[in-house]
Design a binder for this molecule. Structure first.
Ligand code: GAP
Length: 537
């Protein structure tokens, strides 16, 4: 059965990210900027490899795709035409006690990840600690449960969520016991139980619980709309006329360049345009490491087709994009496709699928693949007054192509790869942390070590490094015991290690150690290049 990485491991993965130089908090020496992350020396290589794999798969290996790199700043009318000025908003709720702001459609997710909810896990175990059933508490009597709830309130809840009704109103305690016992009895946490628990904790009722503030437990106000686009000013005058937005998606850069690309490349339908670039959204509740941030990178492609062929092309792209994540070595059991329900679809989309991954915080979107119809080109044609059509010489008519879009997040893909690759295991009584990164993504492909720093071994190892560095991301490491050096590279996800030892002096062979199995084999130095190329295929 697939192992779901618990939150605790997610924290460990974040600390490994810092320790090994994958990611650092932005502006850390000034206390950090919330939910903003910098990619360190290993992270930047991993990210480059992800982008390279995407570019290769959607452009280099196809003959019906071309690339683009549009500017982040665009004419203000772009965002009116696209509908972002009017519609790109989230429902925001504000806490009447601590004034924290949240997205009202994320309150369940935020509650289950909140400090006060998780603190109940320490006292009451399941279901607060995790979604996995733990039979440890199945023999608990009602009286024992009551005592544990009281302890939870006194020792944690009243400090972490002082405004939550359960803190002030101990009459609610018996109402909490009941759903807890039902959950233990049925060995499952279903939505009905969760709602009963929240109602009991907040003194509420009904099938739509009034979620308390995830920060302090206070009462949240009514939702209102909040536009997510960042604004800035172009030029030295800060007035409405010079207001521009940082793009909230890269896609619009593709639509407004449709005619330029058609005229310069003579591309015929069906064909697509792809680009990678930064996007900015003033998210109300960023979080879960790099999963939701205000500055992030997207890998987007818009595939232009004859309108009656869009459903067929949507199927093809959905499959091709799903297969791409598998090709990165991400566990198949933790990937799924989810079709949007009618009420989830954006107003312009005829159909949409999300590729999702099972993170410790639940199944979440990595990418959306949507049939956007002719909406985008129609809108830009209308607002710009320019013709955005394609001439079909066979039927002798100008047609507005429909668009199938694939929109993926670079940072989410990197986070998924790290979360999926993170493993801890016991080796000879010691804990080994290893990142099982696909060799084609690993920041370092091969590390070269002299076993000892004498007898000419460093010189041979340095020569191997020189020979390999043009073909592979190679790293020379002579510091510390060989065991320590292996562990460091295991944590960095380096798939191959080459050790030069005294036998090398005799027979020109070296040891190649494979990261995951830790198996070692003896290879002649002259075969190293072919050996690694072979493994990367
Ligand atoms: N052009 C369509 C579009 O932008 P989206 O679902 O809003 O669609 C596409 O975003 C992808 O961009 C998401 O699946 C996710 O991978 C990434 N993304 C969106 N918002 C993000 C954020 N705040 N932080 C990190 N990645 C984000």
């Amino acid at each position: 059965m697939a192992r779901t990485m618990p939150y605790a491991d997610m924290d460990k993965m974040m600390s490994l990210s810092k320790r090994r130089g994958f990611m650092f908090q932005s502006s850390e020496i000034y206390g950090g900027l919330a939910s903003t992350w910098d990619y360190g020396p290993l992270g930047v290589e991993l990210k480059r490899n992800v982008k390279e794999a995407w570019w290769r798969s959607v452009i280099t290996e196809r003959d019906d795709m071309v690339g683009l790199d549009a500017a982040i700043l665009m004419h203000p009318k772009v965002w009116e035409a696209s509908g972002h000025v009017e519609n790109f908003s989230d429902p925001l709720v504000e806490c009447g006690s601590c004034n924290s702001r949240f997205r009202s459609d994320q309150l369940e997710e935020l509650t289950l990840a909140s400090e006060w909810w998780l603190s109940a896990g320490k006292f009451l175990g399941y279901p607060f600690a995790s979604y996995e059933f733990s039979p440890n508490n199945s023999n608990r009597s009602g009286r024992e449960t009551e005592k544990l709830i009281q302890d939870w309130i006194n020792q944690s809840l009243k400090h972490q969520a002082p405004k939550i009704p359960l803190v002030a109103n101990l009459n609610l305690v018996p109402l909490v016991i009941q759903p807890l016992q039902e959950i233990v009895l049925t060995s499952a946490l279903i939505r009905e139980h969760l709602i009963k628990l929240i109602n009991a904790i907040t003194g509420g009722s009904g099938i739509n619980p009034k979620w308390p503030c995830p920060n302090c437990g206070g009462e949240l106000g009514e939702p209102r709309r909040f536009n997510l686009m960042f604004k800035t000013f172009m030029g030295p005058v800060e007035e409405t006329a010079s207001e521009v937005h940082l793009r909230p998606e890269t896609a619009q850069g593709i639509f407004v360049n449709f005619a330029n690309v058609v005229n310069s490349t003579r591309k015929k339908l069906p064909f697509g345009i792809a680009q990678i670039g930064k996007a900015f959204r003033n998210e109300i509740t960023p979080g879960n490491f790099t999963f939701r941030t205000r500055e992030f990178e997207q890998m987007e492609l818009e595939f232009f087709v004859k309108p009656d062929e869009s459903a067929e092309w949507l199927d093809r792209w959905v499959q091709s994009r799903f297969d791409w994540y598998k090709s990165l070595g991400i566990s198949e059991s933790k990937l799924r496709l989810r079709q949007h329900k009618g009420d989830e679809l954006a107003h312009y989309a005829a159909d949409c699928y999300d590729v999702e991954y099972e993170f410790p915080f639940g199944w979440s979107e990595l990418e959306g693949v949507a049939d956007r119809g002719t909406y985008d080109l129609d809108q830009h044609a209308k607002h710009s007054g320019k013709k955005l059509t394609w001439f079909d010489s066979k039927s002798n008519e100008h047609i507005t192509p429909a668009v199938v879009e694939s929109s993926a997040g670079v940072d989410r893909t990197v986070l998924t790869i790290l979360a999926d690759a993170y493993h801890e295991e016991e080796v000879k009584g010691e804990l080994r942390t290893v990142l099982r990164l696909h060799p084609k993504l690993a920041p370092t492909t091969v590390a070269i070590y002299p076993l000892v720093n004498r007898d000419g071994l460093p010189e041979i190892a340095a020569k191997i490094f020189d020979n390999l560095k043009n073909d592979f991301a190679a790293f020379y490491d002579a510091g510390g015991s060989i065991g320590r050096r292996y562990r460091r590279q295991d944590e960095a996800g380096t798939p191959f290690g080459i050790t030069v030892d005294s036998d090398t002096l005799e027979d020109d062979t070296v040891t190649v150690r494979e990261r995951d199995s830790m198996e070692q084999e003896r290879i002649t130095m002259s075969q190293l290049q072919d050996y690694i190329f072979d493994k990367l295929r």
